[in-house]
Design a protein around this ligand. Structure first.
Ligand SMILES: [Zn+2]
Length: 187
């Protein structure tokens, strides 16, 4: 029996980081092609919730940091996280194309050269990419990793239930703070 019952925890964090000198971001033809391939040919869903709605393509290692990073290390880390595992690939409409592309890349370019390499890209819906409390850009890595590690079936809660609960808590919080400031809204 667990010592603590399940509970929500709330925290705030600030971040500070260094950015190496980099060129102004331009969409490369490699990125454009890979984005088209993932969204329109392979029809890869959101990596977190498997939806096909409001899809965006996320760079795992950000473009702005790329020049300062060790490419072999990046390759090892991407392999360790393994975004393109069998469970995810099987959710795509054309899993065989995705399998083929990844296998080809691993053979032709064992170490990543570009941030726009398919292996550094992951499809996320807007909610799991950018939105507050649920997006990879707005929660810390330990929390994001834990959410990503929740099994899609057979867990205490599903990934979707956990994320829905977090959003409801957020809505409740903003409703309560608007009451607190006497900013009543009558519907
Ligand atoms: Zn999603």
């Amino acid at each position: 029996m667990a010592d603590l019952i399940e509970h929500f925890k709330k925290g705030t964090f600030e971040e500070q980081y260094w950015l190496p000198a980099h060129n102004k971001r331009r969409e490369s033809s490699l990125f454009r092609n890979n984005k088209y391939l993932l969204k329109n040919i392979i029809k890869a869903p959101c990596w977190v919730c498997f939806t096909q709605q409001e899809l965006e393509v996320h760079h795992v290692f950000e473009w702005a940091f790329w020049e300062a990073l060790e490419k072999q290390k990046i390759t090892n880390m991407l392999k360790a996280i393994s975004f393109y595992d069998d469970e995810y690939i099987s959710q795509a409409e054309k899993p065989e194309v995705l399998h083929e592309m990844i296998d080809e890349l691993e053979e032709d370019e064992p170490v990543l050269k570009s941030p726009d390499d398919l292996r550094n890209l992951v499809v996320l819906c807007k909610k799991h990419h950018r939105l507050k409390f649920t997006g990879i850009h707005s929660i810390s890595f330990p929390i994001w990793l834990a959410v990503a590690g929740v099994p899609s079936e057979g867990g205490i809660l599903t990934r979707e239930q956990i994320l829905t609960a977090v959003e409801r808590v957020q809505q409740l919080d903003s409703a309560l703070s608007s009451y607190a400031s006497k900013d009543y809204k009558f519907l």
